[in-house]
Design a protein around this ligand. Structure first.
Ligand code: ADP
Length: 288
């Protein structure tokens, strides 16, 4: 949480739903239902004895963007990090329940965590490129898998093209990633996640440190990427959730401060006709 986030959360801002048709178009209406890629079943996450996430059950459809929204501290990041077992890296943290990825439980102790993190990539709030060249950032993962020579160059090019960054960096691949703008660095981090051919990409407030133009580029990229990946994004920016996601999950906190799922619905319904009063209060800015 940054001071900026705190301010955003503390100051309820009514959500203005734009009427631009491409924004709220429910692309899935009338389409065949997509298969479930991720199924959370009674997922709870604890830090020591504190339960941060309380028995969350929800399905994420393949090749869709799912937004997770809710007040600060309700467990959005914790939920996201459980999905690729990053909670393992936090001493005292543990997850119970099931996170089914294509029907196999990610939380199973027998599971190869390295493989889970290859299949489920993560992009963070602040761009965090490695202190290496642009090329080496993207090549990092493929090299670990033994890709070398021309094949490596091809992977880097294809990945940078896929992340809508190639044209901007093709003449300076050997320069430090730090020479890029914040928005370019974030697209490089998305490219780095894509380079190991994940199936799911988790994004934790990926645009909150970026200016409006860089934010729109990231959002446009997300819309393109869902053809190839399943995307789950945590955002405190409700307009962003409305612009990019197909489905939205609204979480809030109980009296014990544990985050729970209030409702998950097609995004257009969450913002125009929510089922639950708590959702309505949150999206209309009455509760932040
Ligand atoms: P959100 O992303 O919705 O703001 P978080 O997932 O960051 O919420 O945090 C959920 C709750 O878990 C908060 O009460 C937070 O203080 C707590 N928490 C988060 N990370 C840790 C940690 N590493 N150790 C202990 N408590 C944590």
């Amino acid at each position: 949480m940054t001071a900026e986030d705190e301010m955003t959360v503390a100051t309820p801002v009514p959500v203005v739903i734009t009427t631009r048709p491409e924004v709220l178009r429910d692309e899935r209406r009338g389409a065949e239902p997509r298969p479930t890629k991720l199924a959370l079943r009674k997922l709870s996450v604890y830090y020591g004895s504190f339960r941060a996430v309380n028995e969350i059950t929800l399905d994420v459809a393949a090749n869709s963007v799912t937004a997770i929204i809710g007040p600060s501290g309700c467990g959005k990041s914790t939920l996201l990090r459980a999905i690729n077992r990053m909670t393992d890296l936090v001493p005292n943290a543990r997850a119970t329940g099931e996170i089914m990825l294509d029907g196999a439980n990610v939380l199973d102790p027998q599971v190869d965590v390295v493989e889970v993190r290859r299949r489920v990539g993560m992009v963070f709030q602040r761009p965090n490129p490695f202190p290496k060249s642009i090329f080496d950032n993207v090549a990092y993962g493929p090299r670990l898998y033994g890709v070398r020579g021309k094949a490596l160059g091809d992977v880097v090019e294809q990945t940078l093209r896929g992340a809508a960054l190639w044209d901007e960096v093709k003449d300076k691949l050997r320069q430090s990633a730090y020479a890029l703008s914040g928005g370019q660095q974030q697209r490089l981090c998305i490219a780095r996640a894509m380079a190991v051919e994940p199936e799911v990409i988790l994004m934790d407030e990926p645009a909150s440190a970026l200016d409006p133009r860089a934010t729109l580029l990231i959002e446009e990229l997300m819309r393109q990427l869902k053809d190839r990946y399943t995307i789950v994004i945590v955002t405190h920016n409700m307009q962003q959730a409305a612009r990019v996601s197909d489905e939205t999950a609204f979480l809030t906190m109980g009296d014990d401060r544990a985050g729970y799922l209030v409702e998950m619905s097609p995004t257009v319904e969450i913002f125009t006709n929510p089922k639950n009063r708590l959702t309505e209060d949150y999206v209309s800015g009455r509760f932040g």
